[in-house]
Design a protein around this ligand. Structure first.
Ligand code: F6P
Length: 544
């Protein structure tokens, strides 16, 4: 389908004019004018309640945003993704993370092959392996059971597994230790392994390509560490290393038997892979049953996204609101603020999902965009953030839309803790939206000179996502909610959300610099004067 350029679409132009009108309205007025606004501007699906009433929107805004989604061909793009079309055009690949959670018996065809049976074959193989490790049937080289699992990976082969392990820790086997090594900085590997016994440690080398410099460097260090600890017998590798990859040849070359390899496919993007075999560490931690429940949650959200009219569609609503702030209010960031300690790595996970997907400056046709794309996502769990950066959100000069995530029940009820936590999340969105006027501040007896410092302008937008409690199903729904939110944004911006060419240049340059740092002889440096000077200084510090 050929689309009009975004800024030429009628809904875009109407939104520009509408923005002129609504930007002066305060959330106080919007709430005063409609006593039911708080309930009306909400949507609920699959136990996730989305309150989006504290956004700088009216019925007209929503109507125009939904119209924009229509004019952007969002429906057709959703269908194309679910159908297995090669919508990742720059890599000529289908984008089918939704197939990773498709139920047994369903069918999604890629290049003439139904991929769902393959997905389930891998899940079954993972399940069998996990049960062996968890039960102690899988023994290490010296006959001891595995107590420690170290996932070695980076980007999508790390952030999803870490986030999911932390998020589902409540459901995990507490007799086992899980560690994650990603950074090529040797400190990461050293700290992750220094208190582990190699005879009880299993390494999962997670890399889609099995060529990533950081992961391969760490994998080789892991092998050295293991062999050193177990007396140097190379046969030990078979019992202490498994691989998750799409690249069987490279896995064999490394020395891992492909019988101990868990595969996935090129139609799974790294940042969309935590529910593929890349989730092997998650599955060992929480067991195949809980992993299956998480997949069910993902699938339910997929179906919600695919079938629900835009007006009630949670990812569509959230995606369009991001476009609204990003492109019409000039907001540069979105803060994600989970009020659940188990979600402490969720913002870090979302950084790759959102920014590697939508950090693009050309459209699918290769034209430079004349509007802003992917906002910066960031955040920390509440209430910690309140004592750190919330000051700027409340009283700074920038508009920062916030997503609060909250739960009705704590997994660790402790006296008044949960009420206090929830009071805080409700209070924050209230304070951001309504603020405190100079009159209110004065009425408290504040000295005139101090009044401006104590005024809260308010009118700062937020969503609240509210669920009963953090279960594996809810985690699946939550991650899929953001995946499809990102998809919605990318569809409106008409950008390729599924490639990541922007990470390549630095990788290539690093490969060129590595020998220049190690050469005994003074290398002939051909970089700019800054890079040359830094390299020379480093070589000097190394004593070269
Ligand atoms: O940083 C780029 C990237 O390709 C990510 O998209 C990916 O998640 C990560 O590197 C790791 O790649 P791999 O799983 O192939 O090691």
């Amino acid at each position: 389908m050929s689309l009009a350029p975004l800024t030429q679409r009628p809904a875009w132009k109407a939104l520009q004019a509408h923005h002129q009108k609504i930007q002066g309205s305060h959330l106080r007025q919007l709430f005063d004018a409609d006593p039911k606004r708080g309930e009306r501007f909400s949507a609920e699906a699959l136990g996730l309640y989305l309150d989006y009433s504290k956004n700088r929107i009216s019925d007209e805004t929503l109507k125009l945003l939904f119209q924009l989604a229509e004019e952007s061909g969002l429906k057709a793009r959703i269908e194309a993704m679910f159908r297995g079309d090669k919508i990742n055009i720059t890599e000529n690949r289908a984008v089918l993370h939704v197939a990773l959670r498709a139920p047994k018996g369903s069918s999604i065809v890629v290049d003439g092959v139904n991929v769902v049976p393959e997905v389930h074959a891998v899940l079954d193989k993972m399940g069998e392996f996990c049960n062996k490790v968890r039960s102690g049937a899988w023994k290490g080289h010296t006959g001891k059971r595995i107590k420690n699992v170290v996932n070695v990976g980076i980007g999508g082969s790390d952030l999803g597994p870490v986030m999911a392990y932390e998020a589902l820790r409540h459901y995990s086997d507490r007799n086992m230790t899980f560690r994650f090594v990603s950074n090529v900085d040797g400190t990461d590997f050293t700290e992750a392994t220094q208190d582990l016994d190699p005879s009880e440690t299993l390494f999962i080398i997670s890399s889609k390509t099995f060529t990533t410099l950081e992961t391969m460097t760490n994998a080789h260090s892991a092998r050295d560490w293991l062999l050193k600890g177990l007396g140097g017998d190379a046969k030990a590798v078979a019992k202490h290393f498994v691989a998750v990859s799409t690249n069987g040849a490279k896995v064999s070359e490394f020395g891992i038997d492909t019988a101990n390899m868990f595969g996935f496919w090129d139609w799974v993007g790294g940042r969309y892979s935590m529910d593929s075999a890349i989730g092997l560490s998650t599955m060992i931690a929480v067991g195949p049953e809980n992993f299956g429940k998480m997949l069910t949650g993902f699938h339910e959200m997929d179906e919600h996204f695919r079938t629900t009219p835009f007006e009630k569609n949670l990812p569509v609503i959230m995606g369009l609101l991001s476009v609204w702030y990003n492109d019409f209010f000039g907001a540069q960031t979105v803060a994600v603020l989970p009020y659940d300690q188990y979600l402490k790595r969720f913002p870090a996970y979302l950084q790759q999902l959102t920014m590697e997907s939508n950090g693009k400056h050309v459209t699918l046709d290769g034209a430079t965009v004349d509007y802003d794309t992917g906002p910066i996502y960031w955040g920390e769990p509440g209430t910690n953030g309140q004592h750190s950066f919330y000051q700027l959100i409340h009283q700074g000069t920038r508009l920062i839309p916030c997503d609060f995530i909250a739960f009705g029940h704590s997994l660790n009820p402790h006296g008044a803790h949960h009420d206090i936590l929830m009071a805080n999340v409700f209070a924050q969105s209230e304070a951001l939206a309504f603020g405190k006027t100079p009159e209110q501040v004065k009425a408290e007896g504040t000295a005139d000179w101090l009044v401006p410092h104590r005024v809260f302008e308010g009118n700062r937008p937020s969503n609240t996502i509210f669920a009963d409690k953090l279960t594996p199903e809810v985690l699946g729904r939550l991650v899929a909610l953001y995946e499809h939110n990102v998809f919605t944004q990318g569809a409106v911006w008409n950008i390729g959300s599924f490639d990541q060419w922007g990470v390549e240049l630095g990788k290539v340059l690093a490969q060129r610099i590595i020998p220049e740092l190690a050469d005994k002889a003074e290398p002939k440096l051909g970089h700019d004067s800054s890079t040359n000077a830094l390299i020379r200084r480093f070589r000097k510090l190394k004593g070269l």
